[in-house]
Structure formats: structure tokens, C-alpha cells
Design a protein around this ligand. Structure first.
Ligand SMILES: NC(=O)c1ccc[n+]([C@@H]2O[C@H](COP(=O)([O-])OP(=O)(O)OC[C@H]3O[C@@H](n4cnc5c(N)ncnc54)[C@H](OP(=O)(O)O)[C@@H]3O)[C@@H](O)[C@H]2O)c1
Length: 245
């Protein structure tokens, strides 16, 4: 066991563009980090190296979250390193274009198994640990404002993100008062284009706050949910007001 007394965060998708920034920010708040990656080994190593500047005991593990056996294995490895779990962040996510009439079974399974089944079982394994602890812990799911929009060409993705928002409410109710469960739904984050099929200028035109999001906008909300004590079952849309259109 490498940890004594320090808060611990288990996070999926720590090798992601936004995910790596969230992992670093949580480490900066004094947490030990245990994060998963799947294909991006170099990005994962680079992220772990940065995290270890502030949180040297942090760890990472390869895990395909579409496999329940691999999630179980990741939690088994986690338990060899850490003896508590204060925060779960489910950030791992699969995203690719799927025109409605061409969605194949493998494409559906790839998106929904990673984005919905994977999140459910990750939450379940974490909650089994968290409910046994003598303190309140937290789960933050990463969803997307598209959970509320009928986006063209992304049905399995948007359906899975919508499903996670509902899971967030179910876990919040059933796990209260031991676990606070909330979701963050980003709009388009500026550094990471490719999520929208419109030119940036058209997109900005639909955002009342007149700019795309910044990773720091997401990090600030994560920090808020890490501290707040009377909010559960909520989805925070961080989109500059785009859902108002
Ligand atoms: N970035 C945005 O603009 C934006 C907007 C709305 C919502 N979000 C949400 O915010 C979260 C973080 O976004 P991001 O920018 O970090 O996404 P990203 O850059 O696409 O990264 C996706 C992450 O998920 C992991 N992953 C994908 N499939 C996996 C699988 N089957 N098993 C395990 N891990 C898997 C990837 O691992 P490897 O790379 O190692 O394979 C990577 O760490 C996601 O939930 C995303 O849906 C982001």
C-alpha cells in the first residue's frame, strides 16, 4: 500500500485530451491518482510523469472498459496500491461518426459498450468500495451536451451519453448519503475540435457566451463537485449557454 491518509481518485480515460488535464488538476488538489488508458500508451506515460511531479505515488493501468473482466482486473490492481477511494471520474469514451442508416452492430457495440456499459460497471465496482468506507465519497461522470440534442450522425454516442446521465441520477438516489454522484456535460472544448461538423465560426454563433469552451472551464466544475456537500444527481452543462438555442 503506497497511500496513507491522502485522498485517492480512480479515473478512466486519463490518456484523453480533456481527461489528462482533469487527472492533472485533481492531482493538483492533493489526490493520489490511479488512471486507466487503452491505446494511447505514450500519452498515458507523459500524463503520469506530469502527475507524479505533484503526486509521486500515482499509478496507471491499461484497461478496456468495454470488458467487465478488465474493469474488475483494474480495480484489483487499484486495491494493491490504495486502501481508500474518495473520487471516481468516468472519462473514458469512444466517439466516432455513425450515420443513422449505416450504423452497424460492431459500431453500436463499440460505442455503447465503452460509453454506457463500461461506465455502469466502473461505477458499480467503485460503489462497492465506497459504500464500505466510513466517509462520504464522490462520483463524477463525464457526459456531453449532445445527450440533450438530436445530433445527426452520432446516435449510439448520444444515446450512450444520455444513458450515463440517467445512471448518474439512479446511482445518486440509491447510493445516498454515502456517495454524491453528479455529471459534467461539456459543450465543444476549444482545444479539441473534431466533435462538431460545423465550422468553428458557425458554432460560436450558436453560443450565447460567444466562445468555445476551454479545458479550464471543465476543471473548475470538477473542483466544485469535489468540494460541494449538498448536490447529488445533477448534470452540469458547461457549454456557454449553447443548450439555450
Ligand atoms: N473534449 C471535448 O470537447 C468533449 C466534449 C464533450 C464531452 N466530452 C467528454 O469528456 C470526456 C473526456 O474527453 P476527452 O477529450 O479526454 O476524450 P478523448 O480525447 O477522445 O479520450 C478518450 C479517452 O477514453 C479512452 N477510451 C476510449 N475507449 C476506451 C475503452 N474501450 N476502454 C478504455 N478507455 C477507452 C481513451 O483511451 P486511449 O486513448 O488510451 O485509447 C482516452 O483516454 C469524455 O467522456 C468525452 O465524451 C469531451
Amino acid at each position: 500500500m503506497q497511500n496513507s491518509g491522502k485522498k485517492v481518485c480512480f479515473m478512466t480515460g486519463g490518456s484523453g485530451k480533456l481527461g489528462s488535464e482533469i487527472a492533472l488538476a485533481v492531482a493538483g488538489q492533493g489526490y493520489s491518482i490511479f488512471f486507466t488508458w487503452q491505446h494511447s500508451e505514450e500519452k498515458a506515460k507523459e500524463t503520469l510523469e506530469k502527475i507524479r511531479w505533484v503526486s509521486p505515488e500515482s499509478q496507471m493501468v491499461r484497461c478496456d472498459v468495454s470488458s467487465v473482466a478488465e474493469i474488475e482486473e483494474a480495480f484489483a490492481t487499484f486495491s494493491t496500491h490504495f486502501d481508500r477511494l474518495d473520487l471516481l471520474i468516468t472519462s473514458a469514451s469512444n466517439f466516432f461518426r455513425t450515420p443513422l442508416l449505416d450504423v452497424t452492430e460492431p459500431a453500436w457495440d463499440s460505442l455503447v459498450d465503452t460509453n454506457l456499459k463500461g461506465v455502469f460497471f466502473t461505477m458499480q465496482f467503485a460503489a462497492r468500495i465506497m459504500t464500505k468506507q466510513p466517509f462520504v465519497s464522490r462520483i463524477i461522470t463525464m457526459t456531453d451536451i449532445s445527450a440533450n440534442l438530436a445530433w445527426r450522425n452520432y446516435a449510439p454516442y448520444t444515446v450512450s451519453k444520455s444513458g450515463i446521465q440517467h445512471l448518474t441520477r439512479i446511482f445518486a438516489k440509491e447510493m445516498a448519503p454515502k456517495i454524491l454522484v453528479n455529471s459534467i456535460a461539456p459543450g465543444t472544448i476549444s482545444a479539441y475540435s473534431g466533435r462538431d461538423e460545423e465550422p468553428e465560426s458557425d458554432l460560436v454563433g450558436k453560443i450565447p457566451l460567444e466562445r468555445l469552451g476551454d479545458p479550464m472551464d471543465i476543471v473548475m466544475a470538477i473542483r466544485f463537485l469535489m468540494e460541494t456537500e449538498y448536490i447529488t444527481g445533477q448534470v452540469i452543462n458547461i457549454d456557454g449557454g449553447r443548450l439555450l438555442f
